[in-house]
Design a protein around this ligand. Structure first.
Ligand SMILES: O=C(O)CCC(=O)C(=O)O
Ligand SMILES: [Fe+2]
Length: 282
């Protein structure tokens, strides 16, 4: 358990209220969760272009209302991830004071998630548990607040949530998510930034102060390393894995395995099942 008062010691340096908690679950709990994930029915998976996902806690309507379903026991009984997240205090101002919705993402080596915002359905806090493998997680800012009128620039455009705004390709903040860690994104990194994971098979770290990170390939075996790609890993001093700590500090490569992430959020609007009424709270 992480008592609320202690959360400040997990603040990622240089971030606006983003917290990194290594070993949020134990190795045994991780193995148990991974087994439970493997045992979920195949038809629970939704295949996207570059990853698979499952949603737990219910589905969202187009108007951002949750049609609630109960959480599986491995999130609400043992290990009780939802209560453990609630105990950090980070959801104390959210409508239900704890997450009521979880998206499980599966990433094979070479798969990632393009920069995006999580959008307005949720209270602006997300707690993400990583299982099975690491990820290098980037936060990006928009290049300007003006809508893009020329999409052929260096930047990339976001068509939906970003309404065509250009993304600054240099990450505003980069953190390494170790297996079993929890990262909590709040504040401007939730509301004004995007986040994403490159679709590459390995992450390389150069042994230069201040310990830059760069991508070695994009999944097609094409190198895109170079000083212009280098950014700092903001949570380097918070890492607890011996290998991760050494590789990020001294340089080297972390090969990606299959990673599962559980993104836990609070949806404000919840339908009252049975009456057809929609309430803002439980
Ligand atoms: O896998 C992750 O860590 C991020 C997932 C994510 O951004 C999302 O599900 O919205
Ligand atoms: Fe996201």
């Amino acid at each position: 358990m992480v008592p609320e008062k202690d959360l400040s010691k997990y603040l990622v340096p240089g971030s606006d209220k983003t917290y990194y908690i290594p070993n949020f679950v134990s190795e045994d709990e991780e193995a148990y969760l991974l087994r439970k994930i493997q045992e979920t029915p195949q038809n629970k998976w939704r295949q996207l272009a570059n990853r698979r996902l499952q949603t737990w806690g219910g589905d969202l309507t187009p108007k951002n209302t949750l049609i609630p379903q109960s959480m599986p026991p491995f999130l609400s009984s043992y290990p009780d991830i939802i209560s453990r997240i609630e105990a950090t205090g980070i959801f104390k101002d959210s409508p239900h004071r704890r997450p009521n919705h979880v998206i499980l993402n599966e990433y094979l080596p070479g798969q990632g998630i393009m920069p995006h915002e999580d959008g307005p359905s949720y209270h602006p806090v997300v707690a993400t548990l990583s299982l099975g493998s690491h990820a290098v997680f980037h936060y990006y800012r928009y290049q300007s607040s003006q809508p893009a009128d020329d999409t052929s620039t260096e930047g990339e455009t976001v068509s939906t949530s970003g309404r065509g705004r250009i993304i600054d390709r240099t990450p505003a903040l980069t953190i390494l998510l170790e297996p079993r860690s929890l990262v909590i994104t709040t504040s401007s990194l939730y509301t004004d930034h995007l986040h994403g994971i490159d679709n590459i098979t390995e992450d390389a770290f150069a042994a230069h102060s201040p310990r830059p990170y760069y991508s070695t390939n994009n999944g097609d075996g094409q190198s895109k390393s170079g000083s212009e790609d280098r950014v700092c890993v903001a949570n380097v001093e918070m890492l607890e894995g011996e290998v991760e700590k050494r590789v990020v500090r001294e340089g080297g490569v972390l090969s990606r395995g299959t990673r599962y992430s559980l993104t836990c959020r609070d949806v404000g609007r919840v339908a009252s099942v049975g009456t057809g009424k929609i309430f803002g709270r439980r």
